[in-house]
Design a protein around this ligand. Sequence first.
Ligand code: DX5
Ligand code: ZN
Length: 234
Amino acid sequence: MVSSLSAFDNQKQKDKAIVAPSVLSADFGHLDSEIEMINNSEADWFHIDVMDGVFVPNISFGFSVIKHIKEKALKPLDVHLMIVDPDRYIEEFKNAGADILTVHYEASIHLHRTLQYIKSLGMKAGVSLNPHTPVSCLEEILPHTDLVLIMSVNPGFGGQEFIEESLEKINKLKKLIGNKRTLIEVDGGINTDNAKGLVKAGTDALVAGNAVFKSPDPSGTISKLKGPYSFPSR
Ligand code: DX5
Ligand code: ZN
C-alpha cells in the first residue's frame, strides 16, 4: 500500500519540509534494505533519478529497477527524468510506478503538451530547471505545473557541491508562484547545514542523496531534514 500524495495539498501550512531521499546514492547491493530504511523513516517520497547518457553525462537505471522499488515502497515515487525527448516514455514510467513525473525544461519542446499528458495518466507533473535556466521561462506554464524542481547542481551525479546562487533563484520562483499551488523542490548538494536556508527561501521539498545514504544514521538525517522550520511565509 502506497501512502497518498497529500503532502502536495497540505505542505504549505505545515512547519515540516517534504523530504525525498535520492535512491541514486543508495547501496544497490542492498537495495531492499535501503528501501526498507526509507519506508520506516520520516521521508515522504522516493526520489528516483533516471539518466540516459545523452541529456546528462551519466547512465543510471531504468524500468525494471523502478518496478522493483515500486513493489516494496510504501511511499510515492518522485521520478526525475534526465533524458532527451521524455514524451517517448511517459506511459512506461506510469506503468513502472511513477506518482510524480518531472521532465527537464531543456529537454522538452512541447512542454505544455507533455505536462497535460503526464496529468492525463493520473500523475503529478513536474518541470526541472538546470542551474543556468532562469525561472522566468516558467511564467506561462506554471498554472499547469504541479511541481518545479530547481537543480542546485549540474545534473548527472550525486555528491556535488551546492550552487549558492540557487537560493536567489528559489526566492524569485516563490514570488512568481504567488498563491498558486505549485510546489518548489530543490535537488543537489543538500544537507542538514543548508536545509534551513533553502526552506526559508521557499523550498517545499528537499531531495538529498549523499547526505542521507552516506550518513552513519540515514533515518536520523532524514528526520533532521524534515524540520520543524518556522518561517512566517510558510
Ligand atoms: C543529480 C540528481 C540528484 C542527486 C542528488 O543529477 O538529480 O537527485 O542524486 O544527490 P546529492 O544529494 O548527493 O547531491
Ligand atoms: Zn534528482
